[in-house]
Design a protein around this ligand. Structure first.
Ligand code: MBD
Ligand code: FE
Length: 297
């Protein structure tokens, strides 16, 4: 390793060696991933100064009002400064924003839809996962732990027409870890792209994920502990569902009875996104869930 490498590379390597998922390692991966895939500034190149001024000013006004209302001290201000610096150093800005801000952006962005409810993308999406066809078995490790889940569904348009489209599925394993963000998991484990034919139908065999605890050893964890919050998200499946001429649906699906369905740290659970898995005699579960996409306007 050269001295020119960013400190987070070192943290990932140390975590890999220890075989441990650390906040710094998954944070660094999420930050790197974000830089790789998106050029977020291109999309706002033409946003006028008036809008930037309005949004920046209102956010700052809200901060100023909080400081005045609660007489925030210099000690608290300096702790905030140090904490904000640490969030960046831990690579946890994607985690922080996706957990505490994204759900409102998603709400606003999809309010017009008549098809499926969506939910937040979160920090662990990776594009271009392996193509698995319409009758898909998700990539798993030999002896992958957990409850097998067989999911049948369709993609249709809001007018009822079946759609040839794609379901990109990614989720945590039975310990709550995501491939490419925790060490020691094969690259595409529990990540895949399912393609439907003209009948819109798909069938996916996967493993039920575990509830997910956001990393507690980094800056987001420090905030959670200091505020007396918990770090849990209920177990969930992430999807991006797409078809030509239709709006991309980003959603998450949940399991009834999860202790954190009612108090998700990321505020991303909606009743329409609840699955109804049926236990089978062989110990697996079957579930039906269909997607309805809005035509592009
Ligand atoms: C996750 O798995 C997730 O889905 C979100 C939104 C935030 C942190 C971890
Ligand atoms: Fe997730």
């Amino acid at each position: 390793m050269t001295t020119f490498e960013a400190p987070h590379i070192e943290k990932i390597e140390l975590a890999e060696k220890a075989g441990k998922a650390t906040a710094a390692a998954s944070g660094a991966s999420a930050t790197e991933r974000f830089h790789l895939d998106k050029s977020p500034f291109d999309a706002v190149r033409d946003v006028p100064a008036e809008r930037v001024d309005l949004l920046a000013r209102e956010v700052l006004d809200a901060v100023h009002a909080t400081i005045r209302r609660h007489k925030v001290t210099y000690e608290e201000y300096n702790a905030l400064k140090a904490w904000l610096i640490n969030v960046g150093e831990d690579g946890e800005w994607p985690l922080f924003l996706d957990v505490w801000v994204e759900h409102v952006v998603e709400e606003v962005a999809t309010a017009h839809r008549h098809g499926n409810k969506g939910s937040i993308e979160g920090p662990y999406y990776v594009p271009d996962s392996p193509e698995l066809g319409a009758d898909a078995t998700m990539p798993v490790r030999p002896g992958e732990a957990g409850t097998p889940l067989v999911w049948e569904g369709t993609i249709t348009s809001t007018d009822g027409r079946p759609l040839a489209g794609k379901v990109e599925l990614w989720h945590a394993d039975s310990e709550g870890f995501y491939s490419q963000f925790a060490p020691g998991i094969p690259e595409w484990n529990l990540r895949g792209t399912i393609s439907t034919g003209d009948d819109g139908a798909f069938r996916i065999t996967t493993m039920r994920p575990a509830p997910y605890q956001i990393p507690t050893d980094g800056s987001c964890g420090k905030l959670i502990a200091a505020a007396g919050w918990h770090a849990w998200r209920p177990a969930h499946l992430h999807v991006k569902v797409s078809a030509p001429g239709h709006e991309l649906l980003t959603a998450q699906l949940y399991f009834p009875g999860d202790p954190h369905n009612g108090d998700d740290i990321a505020t991303a659970v909606k009743p329409e996104l609840m699955l109804d898995p049926q236990p089978q005699p062989d110990g697996s579960e079957k579930v039906r869930y269909d997607f309805v996409l809005d035509p592009e306007s």
